[in-house]
Design a protein. Structure first.
Length: 61
């Protein structure tokens, strides 16, 4: 895993994520339409997509 991938926030804003820094991904509260991507220091960003879709993008990133 190396490189960057582009996601979108639930509002539609582009978000670029460094795949090497991701610790885990979990479902974000409020439904299956958003996931929280957690980074090394406990920071996270909310991206559009369910867990399966986000994990697939990170895997192929």
């Amino acid at each position: 895993m190396n490189g960057y991938v582009e996601f979108h926030s639930p509002e539609g804003d582009p978000i670029v994520v460094n795949v090497d820094r991701v610790n885990f991904v979990r479902r974000f509260r409020g439904g299956n339409d958003a996931s929280a991507v957690n980074f090394e220091k406990g920071n996270y960003v909310v991206v559009k997509g369910n867990l399966a879709a986000v994990m697939k993008i990170l895997q192929h990133g």
